[in-house]
Ligand binder design. Structure first.
Ligand code: IVH
Length: 701
C-alpha cells in the first residue's frame, strides 16, 4: 500500500502539518494545498491505525490533523470532496434501508465440526475437480455481521447487509463510517472496473467491553454478544450511532470482478483467493491476510484447524471457527454451488463456548470484607476444555434480574480469559420443581445478622471476627501483591486457622514453630522456609502493608499514593475526614473508608501489635535513580492504561524520572490512556506539556 519511502514522506508531511502555526490569513490556494496534504496524511494514519493497528502518531495528534481539516473545510465548503476523511459520518437519518439485490447471492457455508467431515469434503472436492491434491486456504471465520461492498471506478459506491442472501439492505452511509473501509481504492491498477467484496463487520473484544460500560452508565441494557452489537450496529438509523460503536470490517472474499469491457476477471486476472486477499490488503483493506494460510492437502488443513483453535482466545476479535476454501478460483468454478452454499468452501466450527446444565445448589461465601457472594453449584459440565461445577452469581440482583431458580436448567458461557458465568435460565425447560433462591438473613459463617448498605449490591456480615472473613483477610495479607509471604499459602492458612494458630493478622508474627514442626507434612525445611518468609515480610515497604490490611477501596495504587503522603502508618489515626479528602489521588470513598478503619479500636490495636512484632510502618522514601533515561523529566499518567498504573509509575521511578500529581507548568510528559479527561484538556491548553501515549512512553524506557 505504502512504500517505506512514501511512509517516511507522509510522516514528515504530518509533522510539518502539525507544526503549522495556523494563520487565518492564508490564501485560498494555500488552504487548498493544505487540505490536499491533510487528506493524504489522515488517510495514511487511518491505515496505520485501522488496518495495521500500528499507529505512528498519537490519537491526540491525529485529532489535531482531523480538526484542522474540518476547520479548513468550514472556511471553504467548496473544497469538501466525497472522499474526504471528514465525510465518513453523514448527518441524515435513514428511516428505512432500501433493498438491493447482490451481484452474486450471499450464500452461507456448510459446517463441519470434526476431522472426518473435512476428509469427506476433500474427497468430494477432488472428485468434482478431477485433481489429486487440492491447495486450500485456511482463515478465521469471523463472528460478526455479513456485509458486501461494491467499488466502481475505484470509488466505494454501495454497502449492503447480507439480508436474506439474495437481497440485502443498502447501508452505504453506515458502511462509510467504518474507517477500515477505504472510500477510494486503486482497483484500476489491476484492471478492475467493478468489484463486489464480501466481509464481516465486527466489534473487537475491547470495544465491546467499552460499549457495554457506556451503555450501563447510560442506564441502557448491555448487549449480549459482540456479534449482536455488530449486526445491530451496522443497521443503526443514525450513522453517528454506527460510528460510536467502533466497528471494523474484515474483507474475506471477492465475489465479483469485471473490467471495462464487462469481462469476468475471476479465475483469469485474479487466479487465486489468497492472492485476492493479498491484493485487498495492498489496496488498504483490513483482511485476514495475517492469519490466512495456504496449504496442500487436507491433512495439513486438519492440523492447522487444531492449532488455530488454541489461539482463538488470543485474537482481539471473536471468531467461531475457520473457513477452508479451495484456493484456485478456476477450481472453485468447477465445484460450483448447491442452492445453499458453495461446494468449494466449508466452515470448521470450534467447540461451543456455551453449554447448559442444572443448578443444583447455591452456597453463600463470605469474602474478606464481609460481602456475601452466592455461588452456584452445578451438575458438572465440560465447556471449552474444562469441567465446570461452580460459578459465581455475584449478588442478589444478578439472581433476581435473571430470575434464576434452584433446579433450573441454565446456559453457561466461558469466553476466553473471562470467568464463566450464567447467561440465563432456560425457562422453557422448567418442570415446576424449581424453587426461588432464598438469600440468607444471617452470616453462614458466624451467624451474625447481615445487612445491605444503601447503594451497594452485596449483603454484608459486619462482624470483624467472623471466621470466614478472618481466613480471607489472612489470605489477602500474605498475597503476592501485599506482604508477599512465601511459604504461607491459602491451604496453610486454612490449616493454621483450624489448629487455632491463627486468629488474626498479628498471629502470623507470633507463630509457634515448635508446634508447627510437629504437624503432619511439615519438615525442618518447610518450617524454616515459612519462618524466613515471615521474617523477611517485616521489612516490606509501607504501601504493601497498607494494601495488605484490606481496607475497602484501597487498592495497590491508592496504597502507594497514600504511603507517600504519610510518614508513619499510625499518623492516619489523627486525620479528620476532611484532611483525608484533600489528599492527592484519594477519592471520597477511599477517604471515608480509611477514616472508618482508623476509628475502630480493634484495628488500632492490631496495628500496634504488628508494630511491636517488628513490622515496618514507616515510609522510607522513593528510591530515586539519578542516572536513568528519564532523569530530569517529570511525568504524569491519565486515563486507562493497558498496564497497571502502579507498574507504569514504577517504570518512571526506576528510570530516574519524577512523578507529578497534577498538570502544571512543571510537567514535561503527560501519558494518556483511554478515556482521558480533564488532565488531557488542561495539558493541551498549557501547550508546554508533551502529550504521548503508552507505547511512546514504553519506547522511552
Ligand atoms: S466466505 C460464498 N469467509 O460466515 C460464501 N465467509 O456461515 C463466501 N464468514 O455468510 C463466504 N468469516 O458471512 C467467508 N473468512 C470467511 C468468513 C465468512 C465469516 C461468514 C459469512 C457467511 C457465513 C456462513
Amino acid at each position: 500500500m505504502y512504500s517505506p519511502k512514501a511512509q517516511k514522506d507522509l510522516i514528515d508531511l504530518s509533522s510539518r502539518l502539525l507544526k503549522n502555526k495556523h494563520r487565518d490569513t492564508s490564501s485560498r490556494s494555500e488552504d487548498f494545498e493544505e487540505i490536499k496534504n491533510l487528506h493524504e496524511a489522515i488517510r495514511y494514519h487511518e491505515w496505520r491505525y485501522y488496518i495495521l493497528s500500528e499507529p505512528v502518531i498519537t490519537d491526540f495528534e491525529y485529532d489535531q490533523l482531523y480538526n484542522r481539516l474540518k476547520s479548513l473545510e468550514k472556511k471553504h465548503p467548496d473544497a469538501i470532496t466525497p472522499d474526504s476523511p471528514t465525510q465518513r459520518v453523514a448527518y441524515d437519518l435513514t428511516k428505512e434501508f432500501p433493498e438491493v439485490k447482490h451481484l452474486v447471492p450471499m450464500l452461507s457455508l456448510d459446517n463441519s465440526y470434526d476431522e472426518k467431515t473435512l476428509i469427506d469434503w476433500d474427497r468430494r472436492v477432488r472428485d468434482l475437480t478431477g485433481e489429486n491434491e487440492i491447495t486450500y486456504s485456511v482463515e478465521p471465520k469471523f463472528d460478526g455481521a455479513g456485509i458486501s461492498v461494491v467499488y466502481e471506478n475505484d470509488v466505494l459506491v454501495r454497502g449492503t447487509t447480507r439480508g436474506n442472501g439474495s437481497v440485502g439492505e443498502e447501508i452505504t452511509n453506515n458502511i462509510k463510517t467504518l474507517r477500515s473501509i477505504p472510500l477510494k481504492a486503486n482497483f484500476s491498477r489491476y484492471g478492475i472496473h467493478k468489484i463486489e467484496i464480501r466481509g464481516e463487520a465486527m466489534i473487537n473484544k475491547e470495544s465491546f467491553k467499552k460499549l457495554n460500560q457506556r451503555r450501563v452508565a447510560q442506564n441502557l441494557p448491555p448487549l449480549a454478544t459482540a456479534r449482536n452489537s455488530a449486526s445491530g450496529g451496522i443497521r443503526q438509523q443514525d450513522p453517528k450511532d454506527v460510528a460510536e460503536r467502533n466497528l471494523e470490517a474484515f474483507l474475506y472474499n471477492v465475489s465479483y470482478a469485471e473490467d471495462r469491457d464487462l469481462k469476468d476477471l475471476l479465475g483469469t486476472t485474479l487466479p487465486a483467493h489468497s492472492e485476492n486477499i493479498a491484493m485487498l490488503f495492498r489496496l488498504g483493506f483490513k483482511t485476514p491476510h495475517g492469519e490466512l494460510k495456504v496449504m496442500k492437502g487436507i491433512e495439513a488443513v486438519v492440523k492447522a484447524c487444531k492449532e488455530f483453535e488454541e489461539r482463538r482466545d488470543a485474537l482481539a476479535y471473536e471468531i467461531d471457527g475457520l473457513v477452508i476454501k479451495v484456493d484456485q478460483i478456476r477450481l472453485q468454478k468447477k465445484c460450483g454451488y448447491t442452492s445453499h452454499h458453495p461446494r468449494w468452501a466449508i466452515a470448521f466450527k470450534f467447540a461451543a463456548k456455551q453449554a447448559t446444565t442444572v443448578l443444583q445448589k447455591v452456597e453463600f461465601q463470605v469474602g474478606r470484607t464481609g460481602a456475601i457472594t452466592p455461588v452456584a453449584k452445578l451438575e458438572p459440565v465440560a465447556l471449552a476444555g474444562v469441567t465446570i461445577s461452580s460459578i459465581s452469581m455475584f449478588n442478589e440482583d444478578f439472581i433476581n434480574e435473571k430470575d434464576i431458580r434452584l433446579n433450573d436448567r441454565v446456559v453457561i458461557e466461558r469466553a476466553g480469559e473471562v470467568i464463566p458465568y450464567i447467561v440465563m435460565a432456560v425457562v422453557e425447560a422448567r418442570s415446576g420443581k424449581e424453587e426461588k433462591i432464598r438469600f440468607p438473613k444471617k452470616c453462614p459463617s458466624c451467624g451474625e445478622q447481615l445487612f445491605k448498605p444503601e447503594g451497594e449490591a452485596n449483603w454484608r456480615c459486619v462482624n470483624v471476627n467472623c471466621p470466614a472473613q478472618v481466613v480471607e483477610r489472612l489470605i489477602h495479607f500474605v498475597s503476592k501483591d501485599a506482604m508477599d509471604i512465601r511459604g504461607l499459602g491459602a491451604a496453610t492458612i486454612f490449616e493454621f486457622v483450624q489448629h487455632g494458630f491463627l486468629k488474626s493478622i498479628p498471629d502470623i508474627y507470633r507463630l509457634n514453630y515448635d508446634l508447627i514442626r510437629h504437624l503432619e507434612g511439615w519438615k525442618e525445611r518447610s518450617v524454616s522456609n515459612l519462618k524466613n518468609g515471615i521474617d523477611v515480610s517485616r521489612k516490606q515497604p509501607l504501601h504493601r502493608l497498607l494494601y495488605g490490611l484490606g481496607i475497602r477501596f484501597i487498592g495497590e495504587t491508592t496504597a502507594k499514593k497514600l504511603s507517600e503522603q504519610i510518614h508513619d502508618l499510625l499518623d492516619l489515626r489523627g486525620w479528620t475526614l476532611e484532611q483525608l479528602m484533600t489528599m492527592e489521588d484519594i477519592g471520597p470513598k477511599a477517604a471515608t473508608s480509611i477514616y472508618e478503619f482508623f476509628q475502630a479500636e480493634a484495628n488500632l490495636a492490631m496495628i500496634t501489635e504488628l508494630r511491636e512484632m517488628g513490622v515496618n510502618m514507616v515510609f522510607e522514601g522513593r528510591k530515586k535513580s539519578q542516572a536513568g533515561k528519564l532523569a530530569g523529566h517529570t511525568f504524569l499518567f491519565t486515563g486507562t492504561l493497558k498496564m497497571k498504573r502502579g507498574d507504569a509509575e514504577a517504570l518512571v521511578e526506576q528510570n530516574g524520572g519524577t512523578l507529578l500529581g497534577s498538570v502544571s507548568a512543571k510537567l514535561d510528559y503527560l501519558i494518556v490512556g483511554d478515556d482521558a479527561g480533564s488532565k488531557l484538556q488542561k495539558a493541551a491548553k498549557l501547550g508546554t506539556v508533551k502529550i504521548i501515549d503508552e507505547d511512546e512512553f514504553l519506547k522511552m524506557v
